[in-house]
Design a protein around this ligand. Structure first.
Ligand code: SF4
Length: 163
């Protein structure tokens, strides 16, 4: 059972400030930028194992928070329970196999995602090679709607993707 799936940028951190700041403040800002994003197993024991200095409040390391009463702070935790984690794992497993099958069957159309006004094309180094252009016929984005965690999990359950 995974404790979470996290990621953070390995790029060198550049701190900008409009006034002189101390080395400690710089370090604090750098650490803040390294706070991991992702999904954690919403379990106090697991959260504390990921951030062994955390007693209550928001973690500076992982996307989780603990209430003063010692419970998972649902509002400030990007987490799922064990059962939900398993549902996601099964779904990913099925989806990867499906994508691989489609590629092997020749489906290689250019379809970058578009979510909240963002696309991977904004940062892509292959822009000039791939030629994706929405003005050209057949070039469209894969639009991803913003959905709540509950909506996503319920949709996956409805799909019944268990392998
Ligand atoms: S520029 Fe082309 S290759 Fe790069 S992300 Fe967009 S569609 Fe994909």
């Amino acid at each position: 059972m995974p404790a979470g799936v996290f990621y953070f940028s390995l790029l060198e951190q550049m701190i900008k400030a409009d006034k002189k700041i101390t080395d400690e403040q710089i370090e604090e800002l750098i650490c803040k930028n390294f706070k991991m994003k992702g999904l954690i197993l919403a379990d106090v024991k697991i959260i504390k194992m990921n951030d062994n200095k955390l007693e209550s409040g928001s973690s500076k390391l992982v996307p989780a928070a603990i209430t003063t009463a010692g419970n998972v702070n649902e509002k400030w935790t990007n987490g799922v329970n064990k059962e939900e984690f398993k549902i996601l794992q099964d779904y990913i497993d099925v989806t990867i196999k499906q994508i691989a099958k489609e590629i092997l069957n020749g489906r290689i159309d250019i379809k970058p995602f578009y979510k909240n006004g963002k696309t991977p094309c904004q940062y892509c180094q292959y822009k000039t090679i791939c030629g994706f252009n929405t003005k050209q016929k057949g070039n469209t984005y894969q639009y991803i709607e913003k959905k709540s965690k509950e909506e996503i999990l319920s949709k996956i359950k409805d799909l019944g993707t268990a392998p």
